[in-house]
Design a protein around this ligand. Structure first.
Ligand SMILES: O=c1[nH]cnc2c(O)c(F)c(-c3ccc(F)cc3)cc12
Ligand SMILES: [Mg+2]
Length: 214
């Protein structure tokens, strides 16, 4: 039967990247998306902004919502201090299966815990399952209609502390208007928009960085 796009992306990584070299995995995926098939990775332009925010925060605890094929997981994990791990949640088992292989190919499997399931169910379980009190950095990149309910879930579950940084992809395209309205008007967040473009295109998109004020 016909392979899936994530499976073809994995093949491109195994063919063009060097095992244990995260930079080469990132480049191989970007090359695949620019020259073979578009795919919904955060991409190189928004990825560089992600890199700069992760580097600035230098987080000890990290959560990613929406693993897809692991591209942003690799981008984040490659920047973490030794001993720091990130938790990434993926709803789609086929995506998760490919992501595990791409993360392992980059040699970052020891820095990543990939959990399969819906964020709405997993977020309330995080404290007890992973011994986390609060997150220093959260990357929202799963499904636009879940951004707002999930940030409210973070608040309700006490997973944020003064200074926790949330970075959200796709706030323009596909767009998360309710989420933007919330973080930009809430007295509990300081929000800033980073303009960019939809991955591998000239379409406008951007990232919204929101710092929890307590
Ligand atoms: O569902 C998504 N989850 C996470 N990230 C996405 C993304 O970065 C996209 F560009 C898109 C996207 C898909 C099709 C389009 F025509 C435009 C954007 C979707 C997602
Ligand atoms: Mg995205």
């Amino acid at each position: 039967t016909r392979s899936t796009r994530p499976q073809r992306m994995l093949k491109a990584v195994q063919k063009n990247a060097t095992k244990g070299n995260p930079e080469s995995v990132i480049s191989a995926i970007d090359y695949f998306c620019k020259n073979s098939e578009w795919a919904m990775n955060v991409g190189d332009e928004k990825g560089s902004i992600l890199d700069s925010v992760v580097t600035e925060v230098n987080p000890s605890t990290v959560l990613e919502l929406g693993t897809y094929c692991g591209y942003s997981t690799v981008r984040i994990a490659r920047l973490l201090s030794p001993g720091t791990k990130l938790i990434t949640l993926e709803f789609n088992p086929a995506y998760a299966a490919v992501a595990r292989q791409i993360i392992a190919y980059a040699g970052l499997q020891d820095k990543v815990t990939l959990v399969e399931g819906p964020s709405s169910e997993l977020i309330p379980q995080i404290k007890e399952r992973f011994g986390i009190t609060t997150f220093d950095f959260i990357f929202l990149d799963h499904w636009k209609d879940r951004y707002l309910p999930d940030i409210k879930l973070f608040e309700e579950c006490g997973l944020l502390r003064k200074g926790s940084v949330l970075l959200a992809d796709n706030v323009i395209c596909p767009g998360t208007p309710e989420y933007l309205e919330y973080v930009r008007n809430s007295p509990h967040y300081e929000s800033r928009y980073y303009p960019a473009h939809l991955e591998y295109t000239k379409v406008e998109d951007g990232l919204e960085k929101s710092v929890f004020l307590g």
